[in-house]
Design a protein around this ligand. Structure first.
Ligand code: HEM
Length: 180
């Protein structure tokens, strides 16, 4: 009779791919010579403020995804609402779509930097965010995962995004004021 593998083993391949994604992003950010290129948008005073507000939008939709996940797992008194899983999926997609252009600019124009503990933490968190997101997306379609797997992965993605926002947008608002 085939040996029954622990359910957690189903996470091994997604975890390996996620780690490879995080390390590759970090290696590119470290080895690539930052270009310093800046792209601004009408209505914003600089490329930096564009990124600061895009990161705010990503984090807002991350919060919507967290709240809808709490509802899906029965932690909020919103029973029998079939649209919650749809809201959860789409808020996650929109949050990711807001984060990608910001991260692309960070990597291409600024690189993986370590000139202060805040910036090093931010750079590491940026890699962790995409690594954890990859693990969650690869784990999702797998049947028989341990019950703690998706909440843990979702929590890690949300925590990384929130810490990215704290180490960049909130820092910007605290040092340069809330402005566009
Ligand atoms: C993928 C890996 C990432 C790396 C290596 C990275 C690196 C950096 C670096 C070095 C800075 C300049 C920090 C400073 O001097 O203040 C920065 C700024 C910033 N990053 Fe990232 N970051 C990454 C991902 C992200 C993600 C995913 C977000 C948001 C969802 C984000 C949002 C920001 C924002 C808002 C700023 C401030 C604007 C700026 O100074 O250009 N970063 N990032």
């Amino acid at each position: 009779m085939a040996a029954r593998h622990p359910a957690a083993l189903k996470l091994a391949l997604p975890a390996a791919v996620g780690a490879a994604v995080a390390i590759s992003i970090g290696a590119y950010g470290r080895l690539h010579t930052p270009t310093g290129v800046a792209v601004s948008l009408a209505g914003f005073s600089s490329a930096q403020t564009v990124k600061v507000w895009l990161a705010c939008a990503a984090t807002f939709f991350g919060i919507v995804q967290l709240v809808s996940a709490l509802a899906m797992y029965g932690r909020l008194p919103v029973a029998g609402t079939s649209w919650i899983p749809v809201l959860h999926r789409w808020s996650g997609r929109v949050a990711f779509l807001f984060a990608v252009p910001v991260a692309l600019h960070c990597l291409y124009a600024l690189g993986f930097a370590s000139y202060s503990p805040r910036v090093l933490l931010h750079s590491v968190l940026g890699c962790v965010f995409f690594g954890a997101f990859t693990v969650k997306m690869l784990a999702l379609p797998r049947r028989g995962l341990p019950g703690w797997a998706l909440p843990l992965l979702g929590g890690l993605v949300f925590a990384a995004l929130t810490a990215l926002w704290l180490s960049s947008s909130l820092w910007f608002f605290a040092t340069s004021g809330v402005r566009f």
